[in-house]
Design a protein around this ligand. Structure first.
Ligand SMILES: Cc1cc2nc3c(=O)[nH]c(=O)nc-3n(C[C@H](O)[C@H](O)[C@H](O)COP(=O)(O)OP(=O)(O)OC[C@H]3O[C@@H](n4cnc5c(N)ncnc54)[C@H](O)[C@@H]3O)c2cc1C
Length: 366
């Protein structure tokens, strides 16, 4: 379903229709790109997508809706860099009206009775992808109708997503739950019917927004259940390191096949058990990264902590900057951004976007 062949991933970037995207992206069958699994895994960057699209002659204002979505990715990453583990907790204010820290069973079992939502959850289980609008509906149902705290259901969704990115995930859940936004996001049945082409009526969401604001938790969503999220890592051998060469470290967030390919190096995909204990992912996601790693010549997969890798004395270590690589030691390389000049914490996306817009013109000129 999601190719792992690099040339085909580049073809997918080439086939983006940013105009149709702007017109239809909110519909479940709209012209969305499905590129996020590759962006999240660091195979391609937001800059690369923007440049490739602008090179076709569009102006930044013609495709601003598309560029704005790419900007959300960079924005959330900048928040993660600035705030670190603080994004694991309610960021701006406490989520209101929380009655438990679990996930409704109906969401876990894809039987909420809201057809479009159940279809979206089944798609997540079958493919590792869910449309953005459906993610919003699920988060709204969990946090604002069933009154769950956002974190437990966020971890469940992250576990199943091929594009699992803790910044986009945790901060989007918090945006919906009102702990990282000025108001909670709620979707009613009319909204869901419109964007998912369903025609359901008389459901617990078939109400005006005013009425939804203070409904009791619907009986369909009252049961909750605990779940475990194990990550199964492969069994690997110690890497063979050529001491005459530098060692390039890849990981869950960096699988860039174009990274300094002109340099002869030891190339190691490092899968740290402690990382996956903190951010568990399902078997499909592990299989996906192992397949994506095949785009990198002579890469060796190593399940070990960074310090254990150091113990085998690899020669000069190179790695890419990321909030989850702060314990690495060696030569840090910068990631690609839509604009390397716009950094730091912006409390509001729209302030970030305002600053970024002018900078995007430089991408057009390249
Ligand atoms: C509750 C919730 C949880 C989410 N969890 C994740 C997650 O774990 N990982 C993840 O990558 N995204 C997450 N998102 C953001 C968004 O849903 C996905 O990035 C998007 O649906 C990916 O599909 P696409 O590539 O077809 O996107 P498109 O609509 O085609 O967008 C193009 C690109 O823009 C970027 N983008 C678009 N929308 C967003 C957004 N809202 N935030 C950040 N980047 C965006 C992505 O890189 C995407 O590939 C979440 C959103 C919500 C509401």
């Amino acid at each position: 379903m999601f190719t792992t062949v690099y040339s085909e991933i580049l073809d997918l970037i080439d086939s983006v229709d940013p105009i149709k995207y702007g017109q239809t992206r909110n519909y479940v069958d709209g012209a969305v790109t499905r590129l996020s699994p590759y962006v999240s895994r660091g195979v391609i960057s937001t800059k690369q997508i923007a440049q490739c699209t602008l090179a076709k002659g569009y102006t930044t204002s013609q495709i601003s809706s598309f560029l704005k979505e790419l900007a959300w990715r960079d924005y959330f990453q900048q928040v993660w860099i600035a705030k670190g583990d603080a994004i694991d907790q309610d960021l701006k204010q406490a989520q209101e009206n929380v009655i438990h820290y679990n996930t409704p069973s109906a969401i876990l079992k894809a039987n909420t009775t809201i057809e479009a939502v159940d279809t979206g959850i089944r798609e997540l289980y079958d493919t590792g992808y869910m449309h953005n609008h459906c993610r919003l509906y699920v988060a709204s149902m969990a946090c604002n109708i069933a009154q769950s705290h956002w974190k437990n259901p966020a971890q469940w969704m992250y576990y199943h997503l091929l594009d699992a990115d803790w910044a986009s995930n945790a901060l989007s859940w918090q945006w919906v739950a009102g702990s990282n936004s000025t108001k909670k996001y709620v979707a009613n049945q009319e909204n869901i019917n419109r964007y998912c082409h369903t025609n359901q009526q008389k459901t617990f969401l078939d109400k005006s927004y005013e009425d939804l604001a203070d409904i009791a938790i619907p009986v369909e969503l009252t049961a909750t259940e605990p779940f475990v999220l194990p990550t199964n890592l492969p069994i690997t051998k110690p890497p063979i390191i050529d001491e005459a060469l530098p060692t390039y470290i890849y990981n869950f967030y960096n699988l860039d096949p174009d990274w300094n390919t002109d340099i002869k190096a030891n190339r190691v995909l490092l899968l740290e058990p402690s990382f996956f204990k903190k951010y568990p992912v399902c078997d499909r996601t592990i299989a996906f990264i192992l397949e994506l790693a095949k785009n990198i010549n002579n890469i060796q997969v190593v399940v070990a902590e960074f310090d254990e890798l150091l113990a085998i004395r690899p020669t000069s270590i190179h790695y890419k900057e990321h909030p989850t690589t702060q314990h690495y030691r060696g030569i840090q390389h910068q990631r690609d951004w839509l604009s390397p000049a716009i950094r730091g914490y912006f409390p509001s996306f729209f302030n970030y976007w305002k600053k970024l817009q002018g900078e995007l013109l430089t991408l057009q000129a390249v």
